[in-house]
Design a protein around this ligand. Structure first.
Ligand code: THU
Length: 145
């Protein structure tokens, strides 16, 4: 955390705060996310589970959809994601699931701007990715439709 810029530290702290608001009684795996838009505003999200398991919604997507409904014209500049597994310590940054990679990719495509991704788990190390393309190469997007 100490090596992050002030703005990135603030973003990651907001993602960490979101861990408290996750609703994850089934998996006990909490995910917090915070998206900073080009105008500097920050929109947060956490995972929201359901007894009907396929309805569970990932924290990254809640944050991105939250940003999209309030600031549809603002590109997402950075997305901080963190996790807390209530059952065990996780010592390396956890990376977004495939569905979330596809959704992050959609917002890059929508705004024609790369989204920086910061990943943190229990260990102090943070991974920084310059774009979702680092996680989802050769992705499917609207250019094919
Ligand atoms: N989850 C996320 O919020 N983001 C991911 O990228 C992976 C999984 C959530 C969904 C579910 O509530 C819990 O973590 C366990 O899969």
């Amino acid at each position: 955390m100490g090596e992050l810029t002030e703005a990135d530290r603030e973003l990651m702290l907001m993602a960490i705060r979101q861990l408290e608001f996750a609703y994850a009684p089934y998996s006990r795996f909490h995910v917090g996310a915070a998206a900073r838009l080009n105008d500097g505003s920050i929109y947060e999200g956490s995972n929201q589970e359901n007894a009907s398991y396929p309805l569970c919604m990932c924290g990254e997507r809640v944050a991105l959809y939250n940003a999209a409904v309030y600031k549809p014209a603002q590109p997402v500049e950075s997305l901080a994601i963190t996790i807390k597994n209530q059952n065990m310590r996780i010592d390396k940054p956890v990376s977004p699931c495939g569905a979330c990679r596809q959704v992050i990719s959609e917002y890059e495509f929508r705004h024609k701007q790369a989204i920086r991704i910061l990943l943190k788990s229990d260990s102090p190390e943070i991974y920084e990715l310059r774009s979702v393309e680092d996680l989802l190469p050769l992705g499917f997007n609207g250019t094919f439709l």
